[in-house]
Design a protein around this ligand. Structure first.
Ligand SMILES: Cc1cc2nc3c(=O)[nH]c(=O)nc-3n(C[C@H](O)[C@H](O)[C@H](O)COP(=O)(O)O)c2cc1C
Length: 352
């Protein structure tokens, strides 16, 4: 990107620095990680990982090298809607490098939007070939386009010739079957792509059911582009298992599990899974996010809705917390909400 960004040390790192003296002697060092630290990507999650979230996350926890922003749908009329794109305006994204993402099946519309984004200073944009939601997939967009190899080839022929920067793709194994990706790989190999981010599920699986690591391994063997793994990296142990199995992969994307445990990327990077003040940091992050949304959203009701949505994921990190989370979700005023949320962090939260 053209602009110069100064990244401040996240709070988690500052706190860890204080304890470094104690830890230096007895920390286990994984040589492979010292030689080649993993690159961690924050996954795009529409409705969650907007720029306010990304900035607050980078300030408090760190650990990510970049974020792919939630998708922007291309429009037919060649117009760029401010509301669609302001999430990726560079002035809103000074804390973490970002790759904007486009959802589209029309090359001409894609090119207009992508070139606007390159002109903002982004060197690469990402094409969404993974979204599983029926409203998207039924219109042959996202993972709904995956069975149509010829359409994808025609799209890429036009797009690659018309865009001013580079292109990466976020993809699933297929819509109904992993046969889709195996048919597509020779086509994708043909184009100069920046990287392929693979979530090894089909579209019809949405975000549930087993991830298909065998299929991911088979893809790796034939894809010529750099590959980013994405899916169910819930703990540092799972990350270690995956990185041992796929030794050629050095780029990893994490979505839901960084909302559940925001110190996961930091733990993966540092090998330290026992972070003091974890709950305190989560509480600070939560307060910063509440303040950020209060500053931009129209009404307290919108702020509450936005914040309440997060608890679906925060709750995954704590045990026996359903009653407390229900209390948080039932609040109707900001002061009530904050009181219940703070009470949760102060008293209820017992890490899993
Ligand atoms: C609520 C929600 C919104 C999502 N929005 C997007 C999106 O805008 N673009 C995209 O490519 N993937 C999107 N995803 C998929 C995630 O980027 C990621 O691929 C998925 O959550 C699997 O990774 P995980 O197991 O680490 O969560 C979304 C997922 C969820 C649950």
């Amino acid at each position: 990107m053209n602009r110069k960004i100064e990244f401040v040390k996240p709070v988690a790192e500052q706190i860890e620095d204080e304890y470094q003296g104690e830890n230096d002697g007895d920390q286990e060092v994984d040589i492979s990680m010292v030689m080649q630290p993993p690159r961690l990507y924050m996954a795009p999650m529409k409705g969650f990982t907007d720029h306010l979230f990304r900035n607050a996350f980078a300030d408090h926890f760190g650990g990510f090298d970049l974020a792919v922003a939630p998708f922007i749908a291309s429009k037919r009329d060649n117009k760029i809607k401010k509301n669609y794109v302001k999430d990726v305006w560079p002035e809103n994204n000074t804390r973490l490098p970002v790759v904007p993402q486009i959802l589209s099946n029309a090359a001409r519309d894609f090119i207009v939007l992508a070139n606007y984004l390159y002109d903002l200073g982004y060197p690469a944009v990402n094409w969404n070939l993974g979204c599983p939601y029926p409203a998207v997939a039924e219109k042959m967009r996202g993972s709904g386009l995956l069975p149509y190899t010829k359409r994808i080839r025609e799209f890429l022929d036009d797009v690659i010739g018309g865009i001013k920067g580079s292109l990466s793709i976020k993809i699933r194994l297929g819509w109904r079957s992993r046969d889709d990706i195996f048919r597509l790989i020779p086509v994708l190999n043909h184009y100069p792509l920046e990287e392929l981010i693979i979530h090894p599920r089909t579209g019809v699986q949405r975000y549930e059911g087993d991830i298909d690591l065998d299929a991911f391994g088979q893809c790796l063997a034939t894809i010529r582009h750099p590959v980013v793994y994405n899916g169910d990296i819930r703990t540092p142990e799972i990350f270690k298992m995956l990185s041992r199995r796929f030794i050629g992969v050095n780029r990893w994307m994490i979505g839901r599990w960084c909302l559940a445990n925001p110190l996961l990327p930091y733990s993966i990077k540092t090998g330290n899974d026992d972070i003091r003040n974890k709950i305190h940091l989560m509480k600070q992050f939560h307060a910063a996010l509440f303040e950020a949304y209060s500053g931009v959203l129209d009404s307290p009701c919108h702020v509450l809705n936005k914040m309440k949505g997060l608890w679906r994921y925060i709750g995954l990190s704590f045990k026996d917390c359903e009653t407390s989370i229900q209390k948080i979700k039932k609040t109707t005023r900001p002061d009530q909400y904050l009181e219940q949320a703070n009470l949760f962090f102060e008293t209820e939260a017992r890490s899993k």
